[in-house]
Design a protein around this ligand. Structure first.
Ligand SMILES: [Cu+2]
Length: 502
């Protein structure tokens, strides 16, 4: 792989290109400063040939290489669409998007191209919008020339002087709010000789989101300006939704292949410590710059910045993309999966998949039952069976790590929930245990435990209610039901019983 890169680099520096197009004269970086107002950088002269309409792609897809050896006029048509979409299972948010997705459509041009940019704002939009592309040389990066009211279109033209991977975003006041609602994406300006060939290119972009409700609080969630100003996100996500890149939407590759990720960070606030668990980046272009760094574990991606990372796959399995500010990964959603198929390679790694105990409900996301229960609750038709089904899914992500999927616990470490006489003695105390934790001596089924269960205040009221109902109706426990409202009452009160026997 390294050798191929080297050969390409030599070919490029010798002015050769791998392109097949031979009819049009290649104009390399020879324009003189006088004709370009002082900057010869990337100005390869006027556009040649017929104008080209840029291929735009939705994440995680990347348009094909431009495969061109001359500067062209490239027309980009991008529409701003405000729309409600899921941000997590059973949770919706009104996103403001470039092209209907978060992040927005991926744009790919060649250094030296003249880009004629058309920004449309959908007629049913409520807000005006504009675009600031970090790959533009000129005040505002296009923002001032692209302010567009609902139902209107604006147009401006720029020359892509610098190669690199650049963020674009809306810059309409209040800027933070437009960005927080998902208004960002990436534009790749290829070097004249193109990028080295890889087997897969993917588009991944992190963003932080601020909702009035808690993480995974069901229903439609409005934007919370105060949380945004405090830089205290409810969600930190790759590609705009929890689960956007897990399960059957995971990124895919095979062993023996090379992968290039264009990783952006829209912010608005957080800096990403981007890491792929179980991989080492062979090559990173930090901050989207030209000079690569090699053999990198974690790369910092600033808000409003991007990086290109490349790696080669040796061992099959699930590789987890995270923001290594790790609470964001496990408690705010900043987690994606690259699924690699192929034969085991025991000489490099002995094997075993990343398992559910580690990834919780994210390894095989199947939280349908949870949103079904939430919808039923809102409609006032929630049944015990729906609560049990939802609780079972949630138990996998939260309680099974310690108490085990079968409720048996681990001898002398984690007490059993199965046929627990501690639960039977007072079924509703389960709410208190989950919300406030438990420590000190407890006796369960004749065995004494003296350990600590941390409080799980991050769970929403309906999550606690459903988990408790599931536990009460499983493994010979006494049955019964816990309502969301009962959980709210316990949460509002200080630890009800620091029981005397502890
Ligand atoms: Cu906007």
């Amino acid at each position: 792989m390294k050798r191929i890169l080297l050969v390409l680099a030599i070919a490029a520096s010798a002015g050769l290109t791998a392109c097949s197009s031979s009819s049009t004269p290649a104009v390399m970086a020879t324009a003189n400063a006088a004709t370009t107002g002082g900057s010869a950088k990337g100005d390869f002269g006027p556009p040649q040939g017929e104008p080209i309409h840029a291929v735009l792609t939705s994440p995680p897809h990347v348009p094909p290489p431009v495969n061109r050896n001359y500067p062209a006029k490239v027309i980009v048509d991008l529409e701003v669409i405000e729309k409600e979409m899921p941000i997590s299972e059973g949770v919706t948010y009104t996103f403001w998007t470039f092209g209907g997705t978060v992040p927005g459509s991926f744009i790919r041009v060649r250094q030296g191209d003249t880009v004629e940019f058309h920004l449309k704002n959908a007629p049913d939009s409520k807000m005006p919008h504009n675009i600031d592309l970090h790959g533009v040389t000129g005040p505002g990066g296009g923002a001032a020339s692209s302010f567009t009211a609902p139902g209107h279109e604006s147009q401006f033209t720029f020359k892509a002087l610098n190669q690199g991977i650049y963020v674009y975003h809306c810059a309409t006041a209040p800027v933070g709010m437009h960005v927080a609602n998902g208004m960002y994406g990436l534009i790749l300006v290829e070097p004249p000789e193109g990028l080295s060939k890889v087997d897969h290119e993917y588009y991944v972009m992190q963003g932080d989101f601020y909702t009035t409700g808690k993480y995974r609080e069901k229903g439609h969630q409005p934007f919370d300006m105060e949380k945004a100003i405090d830089e205290n996100p409810t969600y930190v996500l790759f590609n705009g939704a929890e689960g956007a890149l897990t399960g059957d939407k995971a990124l895919a590759a095979k062993t023996g292949e090379t992968v290039r990720l264009f990783v952006g960070n829209g912010g608005p606030n957080l800096v990403s410590s981007f890491h792929v668990i179980g991989e080492i980046f062979d090559k990173v272009q930090p901050e989207g710059g030209t000079h690569p760094q090699e053999n990198v574990q974690t790369t910092l991606i600033p808000a409003g910045g991007a990086a290109t990372v490349e790696f080669h796959l040796e061992v099959p399995g699930s590789y987890v993309l995270v923001d290594h500010s790790i609470f964001r990964a496990f408690n705010k959603g900043a987690l994606a999966i690259l699924k690699v198929d192929g034969p085991e390679n025991k000489a490099i790694y002995s094997g075993k998949e990343v398992d559910a105990v580690y990834l919780g409900d994210r390894s095989e996301p199947n939280l349908k039952a949870v949103s079904t229960a939430a919808t039923a609750h809102a409609a006032g038709t929630l049944t015990k069976e729906e609560q049990i089904a939802a609780g079972k899914q949630l138990f996998t992500g939260t309680c099974s790590v310690c108490h085990q999927a079968n409720g048996q616990g681990l001898p002398s470490v984690f007490p059993p929930l199965a046929k627990s006489d501690y639960i039977a003695a007072d079924p509703k105390r389960i709410i208190d245990v989950v919300l406030h934790g438990l420590n000190g001596k407890v006796k369960v089924n004749g065995t004494e435990y003296n350990s600590v269960m941390p409080p799980m205040t991050q769970l929403t009221d309906d999550e606690v209610a459903n988990i408790a109902t599931y536990v009460l109706n499983s493994w010979d426990n006494p049955g019964g039901r816990v309502a969301k409202e009962e959980v709210a009452t316990v949460r509002a009160n200080p630890p009800a019983s620091k029981p005397a026997e502890h």
